[in-house]
Structure formats: C-alpha cells, structure tokens
Design a protein around this ligand. Structure first.
Ligand code: BJW
Length: 252
C-alpha cells in the first residue's frame, strides 16, 4: 500500500507513535540480519551463537563472531530508515523506539530518553564476574585473532558482549518503559523484524488488543503481518522515509 494512502486513513489529531525495530532496518547500513542466509557466519547459525551456552563452550568462536560484526559496524553509517525515525522524534510524534538492534545506529545524539535497546549494546562489554562495563568498539579490539577480552579488575575473568542472549532476562526497566509507550500509543510501526523472538514478538499483539493501529515495514510477510492494519512491502530504507514524509506533510 502507498504511504500517502495509509496516512490518509490515520487519525492525524491523535498521533502517538511507538516503533518496534529489528535487524532489517540496519541491513542497508551493511549489518547482517539473523535469519535466512544473512544469518550464517562461516558455517554457524547466528542463533546458535547468541546463547550463554555457546559462549561457555567456545568463547573464542563467539567473540570472533562479534568482532566480525564490529568490523562491519566500525564503518557503518545510519541509513535513510534510521534518519526517518530520528525525524519523527524531532517532530514530537514519537513516544519511543523499542529496538532489538544492538548496533546503536539510531542516533539521537546524547539523548537516550526515547529509545530502549532491549537486546543490549554491542559496543560495550561487561565482566562475567564483576559490574565492570567498558567500550570495545575500536579497531584495537575488533581483530579476529582469537584473543579474548579480560576484565582489567578481575584479571582472570572474561569480558563478554553487553547484549541479551537467548534464555537471558530483559532488563526490567527496559520492559517497563516499552510497555508504558505501548499503552499510550495510537500507532505502532513494526520495522524489519521477523517477529519471532520474545518478548518483543508479543508487543504488536499487546498493542493491537488495546486498539493501536499497526503498520508493518518489511521486504516480506512475517508472522505479524496478519494482525497488522497496513503492510508497506519493501526495504525500510525506502518505505519508512516515504511514510514519515507523507505523515509530516499532512501534519504541518
Ligand atoms: C528487511 C530488510 C529491509 C530484511 N527492510 N526489512 C515465549 C514463547 C516462546 C519462547 C520464549 C517466550 N519468551 C521467551 C522465550 C525464549 C526466547 C525466544 O524468544 N525464543 C524464540 C526463538 C522462540 N527469548 C528469550 O530468551 C529472551 N529472554 C527472555 O524472554 O527472558 C525471560 C525468559 C527466558 C527463557 C524462557 C522464558 C522467558 C531474550 C531474547 C534475546 C535475543 N537475542 C538476540 C541476540 C542479541 C545480541 C546480538 O545482536 O548478537 O537478538 S537473537 C536475535 O533475534 C537478536 C535480534 O534482536 C532478534 C530478533 O531478530 P530480528 O531483528 O527480527 O532479525 P531477523 O533476522 O529474524 O529478521 C530480519 C527481518 O528483516 C526479516 O523479516 C526480513 O524480511 C527483514 N528485512 N531486509 C525491511 N531492507
């Protein structure tokens, strides 16, 4: 469906947008997605590496996967899809963005009030023993040379990426903030996610139950498509800017 046709049907007097974001948004910035052929690194499935068990069994393997992704991220730039979300926020139409992406490519400058990075942040690593957290997003660390990163305080304890793996809990403050935005939302944008990882895959269902209008942006249908009110098929780096521009042209 065309952006202008969707905007035509929205209640423009009452716009409170919450966005739920997945890895498809960052694909045009050179970041791989998780599922499908993109989700394969060497012969490993990304999903088999994103677990505490995989890290325990072979920390070198898991760190090398993260270093490979970091090498891509060090030269990655936000794409027009990321920029469109920042534009919505600047216009005061966005309650918040719930992103599953750990890449930090949605750039609000110093303000992180309106974004929740629900699966963590790849640019940081935390100690497996103490509370120490440090950045590791530099060429110095992102070398796939089998070296491990250790805590400067605990010495013998490994650092691990500051992300949420399968079976690990989501930060309750992040969940609370996300739920609060969903409760207040009138529109939810579901962008570039396969909608298969919980609890995020439940958010559109919760929003739908309370009457929020759902608009999905994806190159293909997903398990969430049947409950969405509108589906904008295509790369989000193209469809999202079109939608945001159509919305802003009606709002101002
Ligand atoms: C484009 C595009 C373009 C491409 N434009 N689109 C309830 C039921 C069943 C199981 C569970 C449940 N609740 C919890 C669970 C267990 C588990 C889970 O969900 N399992 C499922 C697999 C069934 N969840 C958890 O363990 C979570 N923890 C939790 O809930 O704690 C409490 C608890 C624990 C245990 C049991 C019960 C409760 C934690 C989940 C953590 C997920 N972590 C990862 C790795 C993060 C770190 C890292 O980045 O390395 O998060 S896994 C991976 O999947 C990553 C992603 O954020 C996440 C979602 O993937 P995403 O973004 O949707 O990517 P893809 O590849 O799947 O899809 C890309 C989409 O883009 C596709 O649709 C394309 O078509 C599209 N696309 N190009 C637009 N240009």
């Amino acid at each position: 469906m065309k952006a202008a046709d969707i905007v035509q049907q929205l209640d423009l007097e009452d716009i409170h947008i919450v966005s739920v974001v997945g890895s498809g948004l960052s694909k045009a910035s050179g970041m791989p997605t998780f599922r499908g052929k993109d989700g394969l690194w060497k012969t490993y499935s990304a999903l088999d590496l994103a677990t505490p068990q995989a890290f325990k069994k072979d920390p070198n393997l898991v760190w090398n996967w993260y270093k490979w992704r970091m090498q891509a991220l060090l030269t990655a730039k936000p794409n027009p899809g990321h920029d469109a979300l920042v534009k919505l926020e600047k216009m005061g139409l966005s309650l918040g963005i719930i992103t599953q992406n750990v890449d930090g490519l949605i750039n609000f400058g110093n303000s992180s009030e309106h974004i929740v990075e629900i699966h963590g942040r790849i640019r940081y690593a935390h100690c497996t023993k103490c509370d120490h957290i440090q950045r590791w997003d530099s060429h110095e660390y992102a070398v796939a040379d089998d070296s491990l990163l250790y805590c400067p305080y605990c010495k013998d304890a490994l650092l691990r990426p500051d992300v949420v793996w399968f079976g690990e809990s989501i930060n309750p403050k992040h969940l609370q903030k996300a739920m609060n935005w969903i409760e207040r939302s009138t529109i939810m944008l579901v962008i570039g996610t396969s909608g298969t990882v919980y609890p995020v895959a439940n958010f559109p269902h919760i929003a739908k139950q309370q009457g929020t209008t759902l608009i999905e942006f994806n190159v293909t249908r997903t398990p969430l498509t049947p409950i969405c009110d509108y589906f904008m098929r295509g790369p989000s780096e193209q469809t999202l800017p079109k939608f945001v521009d159509a919305l802003l042209s009606k709002k101002v």
